[in-house]
Structures are given as structure tokens and as C-alpha cells.
Design a protein around this ligand. Structure first.
Ligand code: FO1
Length: 322
């Protein structure tokens, strides 16, 4: 069984590629909830929604969030009556926030609500929140501490990032914790999400980083940096602000001992020998189509089988001791 850790857009694309090539029992997607917040009275979980909509095939590919073919009557009316309209909730997307908020207020866990909404979208694969308790990411900038969405949306990531407050005293969700301990766990894939904003919050949960490493299964990442740039979002800007080389070598250095392998794009082949530590797979990591997503997933799984002697007969259901 593969455990995929994912956050925003880039992560969701590879998660969808993995879901296209692996059966539900061989894949679980653990999603960052550090972006979550309460807004207009709704409990909003952006990365869970991005992963869910992407696996359901209804994600808005232009915006990178929300639902395709969206209408904005609700938002327009909110603006007209003087409500907060900086964080845009489409009319279809609004249904998710209303239903999630209703269920959470009724006492269901975020894990149960996420599973129910995935099933409602016809998704058979497991989408699991990293935590059931709030674990908000606080962004420290040269303008002071900002709540995540204030930094990401209201300020469009303009302030220089100086650090992040992640929630180390928050426990992984019970479902995430069970996946870490699952005897069938064969490998962990860090999807090409922002390491700082999407993956580190998952590792920062109480015991998560240590327990994942202690399993002794390969942990591999797909670099979100291609040709010195982030495919989407502020990863490159954040790395520059933190003084980390904006390259796959910088990504490898950031993940350090957590990383057994790193997948980089063909365009970065020349810089490959500057990457110290992880084994490398060089392939196309740009995902423009559903076929690209499935191909990258296939390449990574094939590499895991070859390099870490996963049993070739079973679909990722056990790692032979090398
Ligand atoms: N990102 C924006 O840049 N502007 C928005 O108005 C916006 C609204 C929004 C609504 C629902 C949702 O699930 C995500 C939304 N996002 C928006 C993205 C959000 O900021 C996420 O946290 C990012 O995708 C980072 O993962």
C-alpha cells in the first residue's frame, strides 16, 4: 500500500494519477489541513477539497481550486451586501462548505465527513485529513504573523516569509496514525506540493515524522521545482526568502534524512549530480493531462519496485527486505 502525502494543486494531480493506476486498497492519500479556516461561518478545508474535486474530475483547472464551470451569484450578492468577498466561494463549491459545516457541527469528525464527501463524489480511494483537530499553519513574515489564508489569498503571498508555525502538539488523525502503522505500508510518496506549506505541516504532527521514518519503507518525493521555478504557487519565492537554493537540490536538502528518493524533471538532468543523498529518478514530472498524471504515477511506482525491490508480482503490497 502506498501512502501519498498531498497539499494543493500539484499534489492533487499526482494523487489523481496514483488513484488512476492503483486500486483503492493499495493507496491512501493523506491531505494537509494547515490551510483550513473558518470563514463566513463555514469550516473550509481547501486542500481536502482540491484533492477531492481533482479525483472526482470536477476540479477547476484554470483557478487551481474550486469546481469547474462555477458560477458566482452567492459571492456577488455577498459583496453587494457588504460581506467578505476576498476569499471566493463559488456556488457549487459552497455546497461542500455548507454540508461539511453541518456534519462537523453535528459531531462527525473531519475524517468521517471527508470520507462521506469522497463517496458522494464517486471516489473509492481513501482521502484522509492529516488531523481531525484544527492544526492551523501560521505564517511568520516581515509584516508579522499571518493566518494562512490571509497570507496566501488576501495578501497573495506578497510578504516575505520568515518562518512557519506548524502545530506539533496536534495528533495525527486516527486514520492517518493507523496508516502509518499499517503492516501493508510499502512506500510513502511526497506529492509535488509546496514542502513548506503542504508537506511540513503533515510531518510536524506529533510523532508523524519519526514514526514514518521508523517504518523503514522508502520515502520518495516528486520535486515541485522544475528549472528553478515552482510549477504553481509560492514555493520558489519561499525558498528564496529562506535562503534555500531554488532547485531540486534545495528540495532534497529541505527534506534531508526523510528522503530516500527524489523524482526530478528531464529538464533538470544537468543539475542532477548536485543533489546529494536521495536516489534519483529523472522523468517527465510536468503534468498537463490526465495521461501525464497516470504516467508519472506509473514511473514512480515502477522505480519503487526496481530500486527498493518491491515484490513485482503484488501491486505494492509488501517491500522485500533489500
Ligand atoms: N485561492 C485564491 O488565491 N483565491 C481565492 O479566492 C480562493 C478561494 C478558495 C475557495 C475554496 C478553496 O477550497 C480554495 C480557495 N483558494 C483560493 C485556494 C486556497 O487558498 C488554498 O489554500 C490554496 O489552494 C493552497 O493550498
Amino acid at each position: 500500500m502506498i501512502l501519498a502525502l498531498a497539499g494543493g494543486v500539484g499534489g492533487a494531480k499526482l494523487a489523481a494519477g496514483l488513484a488512476a493506476v492503483l486500486p483503492p486498497q493499495e493507496l491512501a492519500i493523506v491531505v494537509n489541513t494547515g490551510d483550513d479556516f473558518e470563514h463566513l461561518g463555514f469550516r473550509i478545508s481547501p486542500d481536502i477539497d482540491t484533492v477531492t474535486y481533482t479525483l472526482a474530475g470536477i476540479a477547476n483547472r484554470e483557478l487551481g481550486w474550486g469546481i469547474a464551470g462555477e458560477s458566482w451569484a452567492f459571492m456577488d450578492q455577498i459583496a453587494r451586501i457588504g460581506g467578505e468577498s476576498w476569499f471566493r466561494l463559488g456556488d457549487r463549491d459552497l455546497a461542500t462548505h455548507v454540508e461539511r459545516t453541518r456534519r462537523l457541527r453535528g459531531g462527525e469528525s473531519l475524517t468521517d465527513v471527508t470520507a462521506a464527501l469522497a463517496t458522494a463524489h464517486g471516489i473509492a480511494h481513501r482521502i484522509v485529513p492529516m488531523a481531525d483537530d484544527p492544526a492551523p499553519t501560521i505564517v511568520h513574515t516581515d509584516e508579522g504573523a499571518l493566518a494562512f489564508q490571509d497570507y496566501f489569498v488576501r495578501r497573495q503571498c506578497a510578504p516575505a516569509l520568515t518562518g512557519l508555525n506548524l502545530a506539533p502538539d496536534v495528533a495525527p488523525s486516527a486514520a492517518f496514525s493507523a496508516l502509518i502503522d499499517d503492516p501493508a505500508l510499502a512506500a510513502v510518496i511526497l506529492c509535488p506540493s509546496n514542502p513548506y506549506l503542504s508537506i511540513d505541516p503533515i510531518f510536524a504532527l506529533a510523532g508523524a515524522r519519526e514514526r514514518l521514518r521508523a517504518r523503514g519503507v522508502p520515502i520518495v518525493a516528486v520535486s515541485p521545482i522544475i528549472g528553478g521555478k515552482a510549477v504553481k504557487g509560492p514555493a520558489a519565492k519561499i525558498m528564496a526568502e529562506l535562503g534555500v537554493p531554488v532547485s531540486s537540490a534545495g528540495i532534497a536538502a529541505h527534506y534531508g534524512a526523510m528522503l530516500d528518493g527524489l523524482v526530478i524533471d528531464e529538464t533538470d538532468r544537468a543539475g542532477a549530480d548536485a543533489i546529494i543523498g536521495p536516489r534519483l529518478l529523472i522523468t517527465q514530472t510536468i503534468m498537463r493531462s490526465d495521461a501525464d498524471r497516470a504516467q508519472l504515477a506509473t514511473d514512480v511506482i515502477g522505480w519503487l519496485r526496481r530500486e527498493w525491490t518491491l515484490d513485482p508480482s503484488d501491486p505494492i503490497s509488501g517491500v522485500k527486505k533489500a
